[in-house]
Write a protein that binds this ligand. Structure first.
Ligand code: ATP
Length: 327
């Protein structure tokens, strides 16, 4: 039986409209008018226990709204949702024990206190015994390589260490289902890799189910075999990551740093130029053409630095949407 089930899940936000100026404020006060924002439209999917699923979409596509409905923070306008056998917005204690929500741009740890103090509060809230608390903190500290960091005020931790400490706090009650909204946001590459490695280990050790949003394609490729793609509130793809990339991003992104700026016209033979800023150029190059094109760049241009990566998530999603989605 799936651990997460959404059926025709929709959310319409009423948004108050206010004209600018004093007259607008007075009108707003006495005769408030609203418009509707269809943030999520008829979204249906099922996730089995232990799966790690990527949830992709451009800014404003409806990812956070969906996660909020799945975790019971907001009521759906219509449709059904079940997580770990519960209807989330009932917010039963037993349900809250089974899930966690980590948002990269929000923090639960108290800024001026050592993380250990916040962890003790969490342990009390979740009714975790002293013995169990010590064991879990020890285990997670090791997995997250956070030794010695939990005793210093949170504000003195680096961003990456703070995010790891947030994970420790969010996982202390051993939830079965992890909802992660941009957990690597703003982290440097090393810290991103640390978080990814931890999530992979955590999933294999505890069999936890993970639904993850990220703007970093590397997070998704490292962790998820399956992805859901949402565009303007609608699910446009649910399937294998490999198929998505093969069908919609049969290209790689090549970034080069040149010794001197070169006119755009001279760069056209090397690939589709996505950005040109002085000496920095970002190309999209067909996968089949990659080796030949990179060799040509190195032979013919004065290249001082070159990196090859997957194109950004937004570009892939744009292609999926332009193609009208895939089944
Ligand atoms: P991002 O990647 O930028 O975080 P997202 O995919 O998480 O985007 P949501 O935050 O779910 O997108 O927003 C979906 C749509 O709903 C957007 O158009 C947004 O402006 C709107 N929206 C979100 N929250 C509210 C709210 N509380 N009231 C009104 N509209 C909202």
């Amino acid at each position: 039986m799936p651990i997460i089930e959404a059926e025709n899940l929709s959310k319409v936000y009423p948004v108050a409209i206010k004209e600018p100026g004093l007259q607008g404020t007075i009108n707003h006060f006495f005769h408030r008018t609203y418009r509707s924002v269809d943030a999520v439209k008829q979204v249906s999917f099922q996730i089995e226990s232990g799966e790690v699923v990527g949830f992709l979409g451009a800014n404003g596509a409806g990812k956070t709204t969906t996660l909020k409905m799945l975790t019971g923070l907001i009521h759906p306008s219509s449709g059904k949702v079940q997580v770990a056998g519960y209807t989330p917005f009932g917010r039963k204690t037993a349900f809250l024990q089974k899930i966690t929500l980590v948002m990269g741009q929000k923090q639960q740890l108290i800024w001026d206190l050592p993380a250990l103090d916040s962890l003790k509060i969490n342990a009390a809230i979740y009714g975790i015994s002293d013995r169990e608390y010590k064991m879990r903190v020890g285990e997670l500290t090791e997995m997250l390589s956070l030794q010695d960091k939990l005793k210093q005020p949170v504000r003195k931790l680096s961003l990456g260490e703070r995010m790891k400490a947030e994970f420790l706090a969010a996982l202390l009650h051993r939830p079965q289902v992890l909802f992660l909204d941009e957990p690597t946001l703003g982290l440097d590459v090393n810290a991103q890799v640390g978080v990814r490695d931890f999530l992979r280990d955590y999933n294999s050790k505890y069999g936890a189910t993970i639904l993850l949003t990220s703007h970093y394609m590397a997070d998704i490729t490292a962790l998820c075999d399956r992805v859901l793609v949402i565009h303007q509130g609608q699910l446009v793809y649910d399937g294998g990551l490999k198929k998505l990339i093969d069908n919609f991003a049969p290209c790689r992104e090549v970034k080069i740093e040149l010794a001197h700026p070169i006119p755009e016209a001279k760069l056209l033979p090397y690939g589709e130029i996505k950005a040109l800023d002085g000496q920095s150029v970002r190309f999209l190059v067909e996968r089949d053409e990659l080796t030949r094109s990179v060799a040509k760049m190195l032979a013919e241009l004065e290249v001082v630095d070159l990196t090859v990566t997957d194109p950004p998530v937004e570009e892939i999603i744009g292609r999926v949407f332009n193609a009208g989605g895939v089944s």
